[in-house]
Design a protein around this ligand. Sequence first.
Ligand code: ADP
Length: 214
Amino acid sequence: MRLKSKRAKKVESSTFRLPLGSKLKLDVMNSKHERTFLDGRVRVMVGDITKQDVDAIVNAANSSLLGGGGVDGAIHRAGGPEILEACREIRRTRFPEGLPTGEAVITTAGKMPALYVIHTVGPIYGEHRGQEAELLANCYHNSLTLAVEKNLTSIAFPAISTGVYGYPLEEAAVVSSKTIENFLSTDRQLKEVRLVFFQPRDVEAFLDHQKFSE
Ligand code: ADP
């Protein structure tokens, strides 16, 4: 009787293993450094934006569109000279004065796994007389709009403006999460919006301050 109950326990625990295993997987997906929101349409992770296998990656560009440091430098290095060529053409034909803050344009992704790069210019924190949040929201909104106009279904963002442009990650998290959720609430086309952070501590800051509803 005792043996039987022990065995019963063992069977119970081994049949419990599978769901336990899948829960573990879910915990990894929803860990400190990787998590999904909005039924999986938003995925937050640590990584290198240049390596993302999505339709479009977003570049935290500067208004010259002619390259820079940080994400911008990494994208041009990884994608090759085709991207700079396309940016020069956009400057020549559409934005001779440079791309205004908050706007977005699209080019090839050259040699990177993504098909396109969407270049957007983030606000420099403290230099737009209180309009920083609105301008940062424009970056996300206009990049998403461009992706949908191009019939794309997946897009990856770096944390725009939070590097050299000095936007505090915690504040940027509020703006980006609200803007993305707002956009996805009326869009049915985008299947995945990936938010890619270079450093684990940046993901933690984002997860602590984001405003996704689910
Ligand atoms: P900005 O000028 O808009 O502030 P930066 O390129 O300086 O843009 O930085 C934006 C954010 O991107 C920073 O948080 C930085 O740590 C991060 N970052 C830098 N390189 C990469 C990369 N290869 N992939 C993803 N994120 C990156």
